[in-house]
Design a protein around this ligand. Structure first.
Ligand SMILES: [Cu+2]
Length: 216
C-alpha cells in the first residue's frame, strides 16, 4: 500500500514537473507596413513528435450573423465537429466545395441542423448559396498547438513542450505563403515577431438588408 501511495506521489511530481516545463509561445504578426494582422492562424508543428489528436476542448461554432460568417477564420484540430448556428432572421445555405471537406447544410434558420466533422487537414472555404458575398474559412490542422491573432496581431500558444518546432502562419488574404520558421522551445517562454504579407480583406458587394425579402 505504502509503495502504491509513493508511486502515485512520484507520478504527481512528474506530471507537475512536466507541466512546469511547458512554455508559452507569444507571436506578434505584422504586415509589410508594420500594422498588426488580425485573423492569422499561428501554429506549431513538431519535427520530432508525431502529431497527436487530443479531443478539442470546447465545441466550435461558425455562426452566421448580419449575413456574414462569424468568425471569418476558424482554426480547428482535425477531427473536430463544427456547428453552424444561424443567428439571422433569414435562412442561410452553407456549403463548401473545398477538397479538404465538401458539404452543404441546406436552407435553415436557428440552430445548426447538423454538425460537420472536419478530419482532413487543409483549407475549407465556406460560402452561402443565397448570399454570394458571404465568405468564411476553416483551417483544419494536425497539431493542437495553434491560436489566431487578435486585433493587435497577437496570438498565444500555451503548454508547448520543449523541442524543435516549425512555426507556421496562414491567412486567407495572404499575398505570399509565410516561410515556415524553425523555433526551438526551451523551458522559458518564447516571444516571436513575424512579418507576414497579407493584403486587405477582399470587399464583396453586400446589399443593404431588405426585411421584406425574407417574409416567409
Ligand atoms: Cu446566407
Amino acid at each position: 500500500m505504502y509503495s502504491r501511495v509513493r508511486l502515485l506521489a512520484l507520478l504527481c511530481i512528474a506530471l507537475l514537473g512536466g507541466a512546469a516545463r511547458a512554455a508559452t509561445v507569444d507571436v506578434r504578426v505584422t504586415d509589410a507596413q508594420g500594422k498588426p494582422v488580425a485573423e492569422a492562424v499561428v501554429y506549431l508543428e513538431s519535427a520530432t513528435r508525431p502529431a497527436h489528436r487530443p479531443r478539442s476542448k470546447s465545441p466550435v461554432a461558425v455562426a452566421q450573423a448580419d449575413r456574414e460568417f462569424v468568425p471569418y477564420v476558424t482554426p480547428v484540430l482535425a477531427g473536430t465537429a463544427v456547428s453552424f448556428p444561424n443567428r439571422d432572421p433569414m435562412r442561410h445555405h452553407v456549403y463548401s466545395f473545398s477538397p479538404a471537406k465538401t458539404f452543404e447544410i441546406k436552407l435553415y434558420r436557428g440552430d445548426s441542423p447538423s454538425r460537420i466533422v472536419f478530419d482532413t487537414p487543409g483549407v475549407v472555404a465556406l460560402g452561402c448559396n443565397i448570399h454570394d458575398w458571404m465568405l468564411g474559412y476553416l483551417l483544419v490542422l494536425e497539431t493542437p498547438l495553434f491560436d489566431k491573432t487578435n486585433a493587435d496581431g497577437r496570438a498565444r500558444i500555451e503548454d508547448v513542450a520543449p523541442g524543435e518546432y516549425s512555426l507556421k502562419l496562414w491567412h486567407p488574404d495572404q499575398r505570399a505563403a509565410f516561410p515556415a520558421r524553425t523555433l526551438r522551445v526551451t523551458a522559458s517562454n518564447a516571444s516571436e515577431d513575424a512579418k507576414f504579407d497579407v493584403g486587405p480583406r477582399p470587399r464583396r458587394f453586400k446589399p443593404p438588408h431588405d426585411p421584406s425579402r425574407y417574409r416567409e
